[in-house]
Ligand binder design. Structure first.
Ligand SMILES: [Zn+2]
Ligand SMILES: [Zn+2]
Length: 381
C-alpha cells in the first residue's frame, strides 16, 4: 500500500473512533411528586402530548424511593440527592432543604461527568441542594435563587411561601445567568401568582436561554406543591383508588397557566409542565431524555402527602427515551438508586462498582447493549 494512502486510512480510523466517542446529550426532567397514576389516565385521555411521546418511545419503570432513606418516607431533598449520586442518605449526607452542596459526601453525576477529559458541560436548574454552585458545574440556577426571583416579580400566592430573599448573585453560575435570561430586573405591578408555578416558569426561561450542555438537569416543583394542596380531590382513602373521573374533569377544566390566587389542581401542573417541556423540545433536541420523580403521593397530612410509611403510595416515575432505548418497554420496578448508574451509562461514563444500584440495562436494545457494554470503575470517589 502506498504510504500516503496508509496514512490516510489511519487518520480515517482515528476520526471514526473520535466520532463514535461523541458523548450524547442528556436531559433529565425531574417532576417532583409525579405519579404514573396521574400521568397514565391523562395520556390515555389525550392529554400530556409531550410525555405521551416520551412514553411511546421510551422504557419506563415504577420508581421506589424508600431505598434513599427508609425512615424518611421519601422526603424530597435526600431522594433527589440519591437520584443524583446513586447513594442513600446514610452515604451522601444531604438530609434537608437548606443543606449546601458542600455538605454532599458522595459525587453527583455532574461531578462524575466533570472528571471526563472532554464534553463535560453541565446545566443544573432548580435542582435541590446545588447551592453554592460547584466548580465543576457549567451553568447553575439554584432553587432558592429562582424562588427569590419570583418574589421580585410577584406577590406570593397561597402557601407554601418563601422564607426570604437570598442574594441572587450567589445563586447563579455564571453570575449574570438570571440577568441574561431576562429575569433579574422587574418594575411595575407585582401580581399574585402561586410561587411554585412561577418558579417553574422561570426555570424554563433559564433553560431556554442557557446554551445546550451534555448533561442538563431541570427540577420542576409545582406538581408536588399542588398535589399537597389538592391530592384529596382525586383520592379519598390512603392507599385507595384514584378517582380518574375527577382527575379528567380537572384536566378538561384547565384553561392555561394558573394565575392569581389559584394554586391549581392535581392535573393543572402536569398539563402546564408538559406544555412548557414541549415548547423547549420543539426548539432543542437531546439524544436521550430521562423523566424522574422522587415519590408519588397519597392522602395524608392536610390533603396530599408522602410522609406516610406506605411504600406502595410512594412509587414514583422513571422513564428513559432516546439513544439505544428499547421503545414502549416496561422495566418493572426500579429504585431511585438505579438512576445515577443509568445516567452514567447513557452519558458513556464509567459506572462505579460500589454503587448499591444498577444500570437499568434492560431498557436498552440488545444491539445497543452489545455495541455499548457497561464500563465500570471501582468507585467514583
Ligand atoms: Zn418531592
Ligand atoms: Zn412534597
Amino acid at each position: 500500500m502506498h504510504p500516503a494512502l496508509k496514512l490516510a486510512l489511519v487518520f480515517a480510523a482515528l476520526i471514526s473512533i473520535g466520532g463514535s466517542c461523541d458523548r450524547p446529550s442528556v436531559l433529565v426532567v425531574g417532576l417532583d411528586g409525579a405519579d404514573w397514576r396521574v400521568i397514565d389516565p391523562l395520556i390515555d385521555a389525550g392529554y400530556l402530548p409531550t410525555l405521551r411521546g416520551l412514553v411511546i418511545s421510551g422504557a419506563r419503570a415504577d420508581l421506589s424511593c424508600v431505598e434513599a432513606h427508609p425512615a424518611s418516607a421519601c422526603f424530597c431533598p435526600p431522594v433527589w440527592t440519591s437520584i443524583a449520586t446513586g447513594q442513600p442518605l446514610s452515604v451522601h449526607g444531604i438530609g434537608g432543604f437548606g443543606a449546601p452542596s458542600t455538605a454532599r459526601k458522595a459525587p453527583a453525576i455532574w461531578e462524575v461527568l466533570g472528571t471526563a477529559r472532554a464534553q463535560k458541560s453541565n446545566t443544573l436548574i432548580s435542582y435541590r441542594n446545588t447551592w453554592p454552585p460547584e466548580d465543576v458545574a457549567t451553568f447553575v440556577a439554584t432553587e432558592p435563587g429562582l424562588q427569590a426571583l419570583t418574589l421580585t416579580h410577584f406577590q406570593p400566592g397561597p402557601p407554601p411561601t418563601h422564607p426570604g430573599i437570598p442574594d441572587v448573585g450567589t445563586h447563579a453560575k455564571p453570575v449574570h445567568l438570571f440577568r441574561r435570561a431576562g429575569l433579574l430586573h422587574h418594575s411595575g405591578p407585582r401580581p399574585i401568582v402561586f410561587q411554585s408555578a412561577a418558579q417553574d416558569r422561570f426555570a424554563f426561561d433559564v433553560l431556554n436561554w442557557t446554551p445546550k450542555s451534555k448533561l442538563t438537569m431541570i427540577l420542576l416543583h409545582s406538581p408536588d406543591k399542588s398535589e399537597h394542596l389538592t391530592w384529596c380531590s382525586i383520592q379519598s382513602t390512603p392507599g385507595g383508588p384514584i378517582d380518574e373521573g375527577a382527575l379528567l374533569a380537572q384536566a378538561a377544566a384547565w384553561a392555561g397557566p394558573i394565575e392569581g390566587t389559584d394554586f391549581g389542581t392535581v392535573a393543572s401542573q402536569y398539563l402546564e409542565m408538559d406544555h412548557l417541556l414541549g415548547l423547549h423540545l420543539a426548539a432543542r433536541s437531546y439524544d436521550t431524555i430521562f423523566l424522574v420523580s422522587d415519590h408519588g403521593m397519597d392522602v395524608g397530612g392536610f390533603c396530599g402527602a408522602h410522609g406516610v410509611l406506605n411504600p406502595a403510595a410512594h412509587t414514583g416515575v422513571f422513564l428513559v427515551s432516546g439513544e439505544g432505548v428499547a421503545a414502549d418497554t416496561s422495566i418493572g420496578r426500579a429504585t431511585v438508586l438505579d438512576v445515577a448508574p443509568t445516567l452514567a451509562y447513557a452519558l458513556r461514563l464509567p459506572v462505579a462498582q460500589d454503587l448499591p444500584g444498577r444500570v437499568l440495562i434492560e431498557g436498552f436494545t440488545a444491539d445497543h447493549q452489545s455495541n455499548r457494554p457497561i464500563h465500570t470503575v471501582p468507585s467514583w470517589d
